[in-house]
Write a protein that binds this ligand. Structure first.
Ligand SMILES: [Mg+2]
Length: 289
């Protein structure tokens, strides 16, 4: 089964989301309640502020997420389709790939935007921060993706296009807390996840914690990830994909950021509409080996 997993911001949609401004406001919120945060050479980033709140001020975490949601809501209201996005997702489906979204955004803002922009019906699965235990570059979202599609393969529905039932899936609300206890068989990726080590970001250019991927042995691919790819614009997408051994297709990514974080894309695209032809060629290559 082919599976094409897309990032959202600056991959399928363009938004004016300013993560640095979001972090400034989130830090101000925490400092108004708790006094100055510990000094550090780098600015505090969104993921780090969330982690600090979880550890030091859990009673503030829900309100902290509301600050983030305000920024995200304004950005999503102004979101527009990335050129080639519809062609990329439609073409991937026509080529026989399942399609999924893997985003750090909140579900309550993501799904309406997908519907407004005509993407919702083209995605078999939508995984938001409400569904995962940690944001990208942590690879936990892949656990959700893998379990979803592995369960469908196990249920004998591999050849049938699944209805987008995820759009009605319950969430834990807007506080960014994650749903635990996803059902389904444990995929091979869970063993791989243990090889990724989380570290606080020391010098990163994005709002996240750092994942240091370990070299992966050539383990037998599971039914889900054998012909899977992750498509995204950021090093966080590439690091998350590498941590679970899934090839990464970089879309207009900043090369210096990819190099800084050791991300090695299997392909680089400047035009999303070129993705389906690349996917078909890759599948053909696998079939003829
Ligand atoms: Mg992105």
């Amino acid at each position: 089964m082919g599976l094409c997993v897309f990032d959202l911001d600056h991959t399928l949609v363009r938004t004016p989301l300013d993560l640095a401004a979001m972090a400034v406001e989130m830090r101000a919120f925490l400092e108004a309640a708790r006094g100055p945060l510990p000094p550090r050479p780098e600015r505090w980033r969104v993921g780090e502020l969330v982690q600090w709140s979880k550890a030091e001020a859990p009673e503030l975490e829900q309100a902290l997420w509301q600050v983030a949601l305000g920024h995200e809501r304004r950005a999503m209201d102004a979101a527009s389709l990335e050129p080639g996005a519809l062609e990329a997702v439609t073409g991937a489906r026509d080529a026989g790939f399942r399609t999924a979204l893997w985003t750090n955004n909140a579900r309550e803002l993501t799904v309406p935007a997908l519907e407004r922009l005509g993407l919702a019906a083209l995605l078999d699965l939508v995984v938001t921060r409400d569904d995962m235990r940690a944001l990208k570059p942590d690879p936990d979202g892949w656990r959700v993706i893998s379990e979803h599609f592995t369960a469908r393969l196990g249920g004998g529905t591999a050849s049938a296009r699944t209805a987008p039932d995820h759009f009605t899936a319950p969430t834990d609300g807007a506080d960014g807390r994650v749903r635990q206890g996803s059902k389904g068989p444990v995929p091979v990726t869970r063993r791989r996840l243990s090889r990724a080590r989380m570290e606080p970001s020391r010098a990163g250019a994005a709002d996240a914690c750092r994942v240091v991927p370990r070299p992966l042995p050539h383990a037998p691919a599971g039914p889900v990830d054998r012909d899977a790819v992750v498509v995204g614009d950021s090093w966080v997408d590439g690091v998350a994909a590498a941590a679970v051994g899934v090839p990464f297709v970089a879309y207009r990514a900043r090369e210096e950021e990819l190099q800084r974080w050791g991300v090695e894309p299997v392909a680089r695209l400047d035009d999303l509409a070129a993705l389906p032809a690349w996917l078909v060629a890759r599948l053909d290559g696998h079939a003829t080996r």
